[in-house]
Ligand binder design. Structure first.
Ligand SMILES: Nc1ncnc2c1ncn2[C@@H]1O[C@H](COP(=O)(O)OP(=O)(O)OP(=O)(O)O)[C@@H](O)[C@H]1O
Ligand SMILES: [Mg+2]
Length: 304
């Protein structure tokens, strides 16, 4: 995470495109806003658009705007998000969901700083910095020809990948404490911390929803808690030991641990087999063999 902060500070002052990767709830939007805030565009607007949440037929006019009468229902001229972001930053969330036809149009805007509204003939000059986020592997999408390579290299001048919460070690409890203090103050509850079991449970939990999940569990915990310290129950987490020893045989326990460790290490190295094998002190062929035996598919490698 320190490396992320360093990159954020460095990249902020430039106008370079930034591609933020990472699993759901890892803080991609937070990082995008931080880059904007630290940039010399901080006084300009930060405009976000989620490319995955808007139906394909509306997305173009949402991005580029439209002229009156451009299509049925276009009663008035409307500015698109790109124009709204003029002199500021445009945050393209879930960029991997952008249809190919719009990828071409986006590329033109990135190369020439010019857009045309839907149904318009006028070329409009815009001064916009673009930050994009994705929780899918765009390299994979490029191989499948679902994402244009030229667009990728425009956008991913600088790449930042946010770590999964479960890989962030003591950050988990540091963040938990930050959330606890905020929600306790908001709810005027006299909650001051976590009991030892809760700390243990937070370190054993997998956190598929990452920081957002932590935030939600602590919010709920503060509301539900009857004591001064949150328990695993308040957080709806299993107490660590119960979870760990539920396995039936030694072999099963060993395999469970191996699988977990391999998956985490793969995720840490973005699926790079050579680096994963090195960190786990096994040869690459052995790692392949182990993955085979444990039923870890290659597609799982970089998955959150
Ligand atoms: N370092 C942090 N400190 C405090 N809060 C954080 C931090 N990182 C993330 N959060 C909080 O976690 C939640 C999720 O963050 P954010 O929306 O930036 O994640 P995301 O990666 O964009 O998620 P998604 O993939 O679901 O869109 C937000 O409420 C955000 O404020
Ligand atoms: Mg987001």
């Amino acid at each position: 995470m320190q490396a992320v902060f360093k990159t954020v500070r460095r990249v902020a002052s430039s106008d370079a495109g930034v591609l933020i990767g990472g699993g759901s709830g890892t803080g991609k939007e937070l990082v995008a806003r931080a880059v904007h805030r630290l940039s010399n565009r901080a006084d300009g607007p930060f405009i976000a658009i989620n490319c995955g949440a808007i139906p394909e037929n509306l997305l173009e006019s949402e991005l580029f705007g439209h002229e009156k009468g451009a299509f049925t229902g276009a009663h008035a001229r409307r500015q698109g998000r790109i124009e709204m972001a003029n002199r500021g930053t445009l945050f393209l969330d879930e960029i991997g969901e952008l249809p190919l036809s719009l990828q071409v149009k986006l590329l033109r805007f990135l190369q020439e700083h010019i857009i045309e509204r839907v149904g318009g003939r006028q070329e409009i000059e815009v001064d916009v910095r673009v930050i994009a986020a994705t929780n899918t592997d765009l390299k994979h999408a490029m191989k499948e020809e679902l994402f244009r390579e030229d667009l990728y290299y425009r956008i991913a001048v600088v790449g930042v990948t946010l770590p999964l919460l479960r890989e962030r070690g003591d950050d988990i409890t540091v963040l938990a404490k930050v959330f606890l203090e905020r929600f306790a103050a908001e709810g005027k509850k006299n909650v001051v911390g976590f009991n030892a079991d809760a700390i243990k449970a937070m370190h054993t939990h997998d956190w598929p929803g990452n920081v957002r999940e932590l935030e939600n569990r602590v919010r709920r915990g503060v509301i539900m808690s009857e004591g001064r310290k949150l328990t695993p129950d308040d957080l709806e987490l299993a107490s660590g030991d119960a979870e760990r020893f539920k396995t039936v045989s030694l072999k099963q326990a060993r395999e469970e641990l191996e699988r977990e460790l391999i998956l985490r290490t793969l995720a840490k190295h973005n699926g790079n087999m050579t680096r994963t094998a090195a960190e786990l002190s096994v040869s690459r062929p052995t790692l392949y063999e182990l993955m085979d035996k444990l039923g870890i598919r290659k597609e799982d490698r970089a998955a959150g």
